[in-house]
Design a protein around this ligand. Structure first.
Ligand code: ACO
Length: 313
C-alpha cells in the first residue's frame, strides 16, 4: 500500500507522510491472512535455511501485539502448522520492543544450557487494528514478520548485553482500548471504534527519541564502546526522524544506520527482524560485526542490545 493509495482513503499526501515519517509504502496482508500465517512462513523459511526439521525446535517465542486470538496463542498455532512436535512456547507482548524482549528471553533459555534451539519471531498484523479513516495513525504502520533460530555457540559471539526497560505510566499514549478484559467487545465499543489503535503522536515522538537515544548510549558506555565500534545500528523503524535523532546522539554515522522504513512502515515487532534479515541478505552484516539494536514502543517499553554477529551462514 503506497502513500498514494492512502491519499484516496484519508486527507493526507505522499509529501506529508514522506517528510514527517520517511515512509513511502507499507505491506498489508491479504484478506483472511493473519499473524500466525506470517509467522508460519517465517518459521518454514528459517527451518529450510537452517536445514533442520521442525521437531528439533525446543521453544517457539512469538513477539506480537496482534495475535490471531487471545487463546490459543499464536505460538501454539505455529507449532501445529510447522509440526514442531517437541516444542513448547508462548506469545510475548511488548509492542514495538517485542523482538528485543523475545531475543533476550530466548537468549536466557539458551544460556541455561537446557535448550538447544529457540525460534524467535517478531510479527504484527497492524492493519487488523488500524482505523483507515484516522490519518493520524493509519499512515504509520504496516504488516510484517521476521525471525531467527537461537542456538548455543562455542565462539565468543552472540548476544552479549542488553538493557530492557518499561514505564507503564505511558500506557494511555498508545493504546487499543477495547477487546480486553477492561472493555470487552460490545455493539457500543465497536460503534465508538474502541478496537482500533489510538495514539498521542507528539508525546510518543518525544519519549521515543529520548528513550532510544539514552538506552543506546547507556549500553555503549556500559561496554566501553563508542559509535565508531558499531558495525551496524539497527533501530526499530517507527519514524526516520526518531532514528536520525538517536543515531546522532550516539555518534553513529549515517552509513552505519539501517533504514528500511520507506518500504515497510512501522511493522511493530516485525521491524528489527525484517531489517536484520535484509542486512544479512545484502552482506551488511558479517560474522564478527558488532551490531547495536534499539527499540521503543507502547507500554512504554524500550531497550537496546549488543550482538557480536555469529551466524553459521
Ligand atoms: N496527513 C496529513 N496531515 C496530517 C496527518 C496525515 N496523515 N496526520 C496529522 N496531520 C496534520 C495534523 O493534524 C497537524 O495539522 P495542524 O497543524 O493543522 O494541527 C499537522 O499535520 C502537523 O501534525 P503534527 O502532529 O505536528 O506532526 P508531527 O511532525 O508531530 O508528526 C507524527 C506526526 C508523524 C505522528 C509524529 O508525531 C510521530 O511519528 N510520532 C510517533 C508516533 C509513532 O511512531 N507511533 C508508532 C508507535 S510507537 C513507536 O513505534 C515508537
Amino acid at each position: 500500500m503506497t502513500n498514494f493509495d492512502l491519499e484516496k482513503m484519508v486527507d493526507t499526501s505522499d509529501e506529508w507522510i514522506r517528510t514527517r515519517t520517511g515512509i513511502s509504502q507499507r505491506h498489508i496482508v491479504s484478506e483472511n491472512e493473519a499473524t500466525s500465517d506470517l509467522s508460519t512462513r517465517v518459521a518454514e523459511q528459517l527451518l529450510e535455511k537452517r536445514g533442520i526439521s521442525a521437531d528439533e525446535i525446543d521453544i517457539i517465542i512469538i513477539a506480537t501485539c496482534t495475535p490471531d486470538h487471545f487463546a490459543p496463542s499464536t505460538a501454539a498455532l505455529v507449532q501445529n502448522n510447522i509440526g514442531a512436535t517437541n516444542a513448547w512456547g508462548f506469545d510475548l507482548s511488548a509492542a514495538c520492543s517485542g523482538y528485543l524482549y523475545a531475543l533476550e528471553t530466548g537468549n536466557k533459555f539458551i544460556s541455561s544450557g537446557q535448550y538447544k534451539k529457540v525460534m524467535v519471531i517478531g510479527v504484527d498484523t497492524m492493519s487488523s487494528i488500524l482505523d483507515f479513516t484516522d490519518r493520524d495513525v493509519c499512515v504509520l504502520f504496516g504488516d510484517g514478520a521476521g525471525g531467527a533460530i537461537l542456538e548455543p555457540t562455542k565462539s565468543e559471539g552472540g548476544i552479549f548485553d542488553s538493557i530492557l526497560l518499561m514505564d507503564g505510566s505511558g500506557g494511555d499514549s498508545l493504546i487499543m482500548p477495547g477487546g480486553g478484559s477492561r472493555m470487552p467487545a460490545t455493539i457500543e465499543t465497536i460503534k465508538s471504534k474502541q478496537h482500533f489503535l489510538k495514539q498521542d503522536g507528539k508525546k510518543i515522538f518525544k519519549y521515543a527519541v529520548k528513550g532510544m537515544a539514552e538506552v543506546s548510549e547507556r549500553i555503549l558506555d556500559k561496554n566501553n564502546l563508542t559509535g565508531d565500534d558499531i558495525s551496524l545500528f539497527i533501530p526499530h523503524q517507527a519514524n526516520k526522524r526518531i532514528i536520525d535523532a538517536a543515531a546522532k546522539r550516539c555518534n553513529i554515522s549515517e552509513n552505519k544506520v539501517l533504514i528500511n522504513i520507506d518500504r515497510f512502515g512501522n511493522t511493530t515487532a516485525g521491524t528489527i527482524p525484517i531489517a536484520m534479515n535484509e542486512a544479512v541478505a545484502d552482506g551488511r552484516i558479517k560474522n564478527g560485526d558488532t551490531i547495536l539494536l534499539a527499540a521503543f514502543g507502547a507500554g512504554f517499553t524500550w531497550g537496546s542490545m549488543l550482538i557480536k554477529w555469529d551466524s553459521i551462514f
